[in-house]
Design a protein around this ligand. Structure first.
Ligand SMILES: Cc1cc2nc3c(=O)[nH]c(=O)nc-3n(C[C@H](O)[C@H](O)[C@H](O)COP(=O)(O)O)c2cc1C
Length: 398
């Protein structure tokens, strides 16, 4: 297997961090809502730390209003008030030079033309540092902000996503590099022979083109994905260049890695064309007891009532009336719309290890249901290196 020796590292750049208690920690920013300077601070620190990219997850709806306790506490992935990510990165690009910017946009509710346009624009503004995290939207309620009463089913979402990806990439090919002559002497601003139409007529989209943005520094901005279902993995094999993951153990990560890379040859893609990056939450200290202290401090900022509500959200069922020290109930059969692989993996973990509701939320809180490592810098790095060398990943999203 051809593999680069270099681990790809991204940082989840939300100013709240990944732990529900994180924003309450005395060392955290005193305020974060719509504060550009906090995001600049994060981006500049990540760039100094030599991260390859900063990532911002996103959605198009305010969540958890039916869970007032959690809503009031603002869990990290709920984002009741955040900058639109591409707009924000346009600003951050002016304060940084090298770090890549991965912004989320959904193919379920955005048109491919709009997606192609805004990422091409960001690629120009940032000097070739734009990347699109293609999602099909995780939260079913977002549909209600886009003329729909219900979220699309998974199959339709992914079929649409694939068509949208093809259209976006075709639009990015609209202009030749040298199309804009801007020749004052001859009066020729552009060369009409150096632009092509997309002329797409498919099941979901009709798009003529061309894009109204010249060829970008990267030509094609990078495409990330984050789907964890079978359809999500297939789409990543087909066209993703980065894929976020949620594997909770090395064995699980290795199996996913082999599975996804094994799907690539049929699309004529070498396996190094897609970087698989599981999520990893890190609790680091100069000594391992210092790391333990930080971890315990963060955990102590979450009351059991809040922890249970958070777990209810993650697994997609109401656990507030279930005994705290009784077993986590299994989800009733039948897959609803949306529903995430993260929720499914928590159920599997709880069943495998016989976890109570309390133990399940204590495990889910610090790891955002992915993996977590706690210790000295050397211990953290050893952990990461072991996964990388064991073909469990090509890097991490931290
Ligand atoms: C690290 C990571 C980040 C994600 N970011 C987003 C996001 O910003 N917006 C979103 O709608 N879904 C996000 N997802 C979820 C997936 O993109 C996907 O929508 C979800 O898992 C449901 O699709 P699936 O059924 O293929 O898993 C993320 C998942 C992971 C693992």
């Amino acid at each position: 297997m051809n593999r680069s020796d270099k681990m790809v590292l991204g940082i989840n750049g939300g100013a709240l961090g990944g732990h529900l208690g994180g924003w309450r920690h005395p060392d955290s920013f005193p305020d974060t809502t719509m504060r550009l300077e906090r995001m600049v601070d994060t981006a500049v620190t990540a760039e100094q730390g030599k991260f390859d990219f900063m990532f911002l997850a996103d959605g198009n709806g305010v969540r958890q209003m039916d869970k007032p306790l959690l809503f009031a506490a603002n869990s990290p992935s709920d984002r009741p008030s955040v900058f639109e990510p591409v707009t924000l990165y346009a600003a951050l690009s002016q304060h940084t030079k090298r770090i890549g910017f991965v912004a989320t946009a959904t193919t379920s509710y955005e048109e491919p033309f709009t997606i192609a346009r805004k990422f091409a624009s960001l690629d120009h503004l940032s000097g070739g540092r734009a990347a699109w995290n293609l999602v099909t939207t995780q939260y079913v309620e977002d549909a209600k902000n886009f003329n729909r009463d219900e979220h699309m089913g998974r199959e339709e979402r992914y079929e649409r996503a694939r068509e949208s990806l093809d259209v976006v990439r075709s639009l990015w090919e609209s202009w030749a590099e040298d199309a804009f002559l801007q020749d004052k002497a001859t009066g020729q601003y552009l060369d009409p022979a150096r632009v092509r139409l997309t002329d797409h007529r498919g099941k979901y989209f009709k798009v003529k083109g061309p894009l109204n943005v010249s060829r970008t520094p990267q030509g094609q901005p990078v495409v990330f994905m984050a789907g964890q279902s079978d359809d999500g993995k297939e789409l990543a094999a087909y066209g993703g260049e980065g894929l976020f993951g949620t594997a909770a153990s090395k064995q699980e990560a290795q199996a996913e890695y082999a599975d996804i890379k094994g799907r690539m040859p049929k699309y004529g893609r070498p396996d190094e064309a897609l970087k698989i990056l599981p999520g990893l939450s890190i609790y680091v200290g100069r000594t391992s007891s210092e790391a333990d202290e930080l971890y315990d401090e963060l955990q102590s900022l979450i009351s059991p009532a809040l922890g249970v509500t958070y777990l209810s959200k993650i697994v997609g069922m109401d656990l507030t009336n279930v005994p705290l020290d009784g077993p986590l109930p299994q989800k009733p059969a039948g897959q609803g719309l949306g529903g995430t692989a993260i929720g499914r993996s928590v159920h599997e973990m709880a069943e495998r290890e016989g976890l109570s509701v309390r133990q399940a939320y204590e495990r889910v809180l610090p790891a955002m249901a992915g993996n977590m490592v706690k210790g000295t810098p050397a211990q953290v790095v050893d952990f990461m290196e072991d996964w990388f060398r064991s073909q469990a990943c090509d890097g991490f999203i931290l």
